[in-house]
Design a protein around this ligand. Structure first.
Ligand code: GLP
Length: 244
């Protein structure tokens, strides 16, 4: 695992965007997994800039959303699919047929998660999974637990995670869905490369636990240390507990 610390979230986001742009040059049919959350917004802005200036061509790329709230359709503005559209996918030249998201409103979630795994396999697997980290160590919506289902699955969200997502639901954490669908840690770990982003001092303590504590499902992000090709990109604030 490589850890890269940059001065601020903006510099870090630009560095990752430039890396993705270069990857798209050498692998135009790149298969990406992308997260929602506040963390990747600057990265998505930087990727849009790269696209506008002709440095990032998504014409043959494939995108998979990492996770989705159960019960929400893609057209619901609170869905992660809508978030990815607003912040990136509506502004770059990804073909609609190659944008995949978990359908939170699927009648049969078991069929939906199995179909998602098949879509990922049909795309040739994930080349690069870009992920954030929740303050409790979750990745996607893989919540801390004694055991984790390895593949895409339904998750019961913890109250702290529902609180962290309350802003999207009018500030009312009880309005945040109780469940979500998420790629599993195994699905993410099967990606050929993983970039974990964490910015801000509120992430410093979980970053330290994930990178220096035991590798455990209780801190799902710590499992990424078992992956042979992971880069952790931090700003100084998120790295402060590592640097002390
Ligand atoms: C959310 C998402 C994750 C995201 C994390 C951190 O609940 N399911 O994919 O990485 O929490 O969010 P943020 O970037 O807003 O801190």
């Amino acid at each position: 695992m490589r850890v890269v610390v940059l001065d601020g979230a903006r510099a870090a986001s630009e560095a990752v965007a430039n890396f993705v742009a270069r990857l798209l040059e050498v692998t135009p049919d790149l298969v990406l997994a992308l997260p929602a959350g506040r963390t990747p917004i600057a990265l998505y802005g930087a990727l849009m800039d790269c696209h506008r200036s002709g440095r990032a061509d998504f014409g043959q790329a494939t995108v998979f959303g990492l996770d989705e709230f159960l019960g929400l359709r893609a057209s619901d503005p609170r869905s992660f699919r809508a978030f990815l559209g607003r912040h990136l996918l509506d502004h770059v030249n990804v073909s609609r047929q190659r944008i995949h998201g978990l359908n939170g409103a699927a009648g049969d979630w078991k069929k939906e998660v199995a179909a998602y795994e098949r879509q990922i396999a049909r795309a040739g697997g994930l080349d690069l999974a870009i992920v954030g980290i929740g303050r409790n160590g979750h990745v996607g919506f893989n919540e801390p637990a004694e055991k984790l289902p390895p593949r895409t699955h339904r998750v019961r969200l913890r109250p702290d995670t529902r609180r962290a997502n309350a802003a999207t639901f009018g500030g009312q954490w009880r309005d945040v869905p109780t469940h979500a669908l998420s790629m599993g840690m195994g699905t993410i770990m099967n990606a050929r490369g993983v970039i974990l982003l964490a910015f801000g001092r509120h992430k410093a303590s979980i970053v330290r636990r994930a990178l220096t504590g035991p590798v455990t499902t209780v801190v799902p992000a710590s499992l990424l240390r078992l992956h042979p090709n992971v880069v952790v990109v931090l700003d100084r604030a998120a790295a402060r507990s590592l640097l002390q």
